[in-house]
Design a protein around this ligand. Structure first.
Ligand code: IPD
Ligand code: CA
Length: 274
């Protein structure tokens, strides 16, 4: 099954590379600061067609088609797909985006996750109980246990602006307390980088399951911890926030500091999704 996920991710990557910076990308807006291109849809369609060829009974939740597969009715194994995570980067010619695919068990818990960066040709893959690889190499988180030493990725809320004041309070506390912060534009790559030790932690309010399903598994298989901002680890499909860290100690310390953002979890406009 790992080989099949790798093949799916590389299929998506080939399409993304073909169109990247080609001036043939048609993008439309789905809402404030939320875009989809025809390449997102092409990749998602190609991946889903292959899954349904091999596994006609499996349900698929995809970023661009979730309305076709209401997650609350999911039964049996399912797939969670983000065809391009980092669409804004992609359509603006910034080479930092990824294909993210998670294969989940009947409880909608990821069993295998792959995040593929087609521009650097880096493939991050994890299987529950088996481990984490970057390409052919076994890898792990940085092991960073202190916020003072941590390089932390984050996103300030940008689609729903209600929590902006709280986000700025968190940022004001965080910047002097950590090594430094980053905002990359791809949640899937932020999680993959935490998993392999390039970053030490990442948090965001406002994500969806397709942004994080594969990446959360990567972090856990790399020895880190990934939950919602409120510390809850279940309900992946419904989750609207993420807090991932290289170690439980760092997760705890960052969790205390991000409290003002956690207070938005489960509240309008961040009600459980799907
Ligand atoms: C987005 C990216 C971004 C994150 C957003 C996501 P998309 O995914 O992962 O880094 O801040 O919350 O929605 O829209 O590019 O697939
Ligand atoms: Ca996404």
């Amino acid at each position: 099954m790992r080989g099949f996920l790798i093949e799916l991710a590389r299929t998506g990557g080939r399409i993304a590379r073909e169109y990247f910076r080609s001036h043939r990308v048609r993008a439309t807006s789905k809402g404030r600061s939320d875009y989809v291109s025809h390449v997102d849809r092409m990749i998602e369609d190609a991946i889903i067609a292959r899954i349904h060829n091999h596994y006609p009974d499996h349900a698929v939740v995809g970023e661009e088609r979730d309305e076709d597969a209401p997650a609350r009715d999911l039964q049996g194994p399912c797939w969670i797909i983000d065809p391009i995570d980092g669409t804004t980067n992609f359509i603006r010619g910034i080479a930092h985006f990824a294909i993210s695919i998670a294969f989940c068990d009947s409880a909608a818990e990821p069993r295998i996750g792959v995040v593929y960066d087609p521009m650097s040709d880096e493939l991050f893959i994890a299987e529950r109980g088996a481990g984490l690889w970057l390409g052919n190499d076994r890898v792990a988180t940085s092991g960073c246990a202190r916020l003072a030493d941590a390089l932390v990725a984050l996103a300030v809320p940008f689609r729903q602006l209600e929590p902006l004041d709280d986000a700025l309070v968190v940022l004001e506390d965080l910047q002097p307390a950590c090594d430094d912060v980053r905002r990359s534009g791809s949640a899937a790559l932020d999680l993959a980088y935490v998993a392999v030790g390039r970053l030490d932690a990442y948090f965001e309010l406002g994500i969806h399951c397709w942004d994080t399903a594969a990446g959360e598994l990567l972090v856990r298989c790399g020895g880190g911890q990934a939950t919602g901002l409120d510390g809850a680890s279940g309900e992946l499909l419904a989750r609207r926030s993420i807090l991932a860290a290289a170690t439980p100690e760092l997760h705890r310390e960052l969790g205390a500091l991000t409290g003002p953002l956690a207070s938005w979890v489960g509240r309008d406009p961040f009600l459980p999704a799907l």
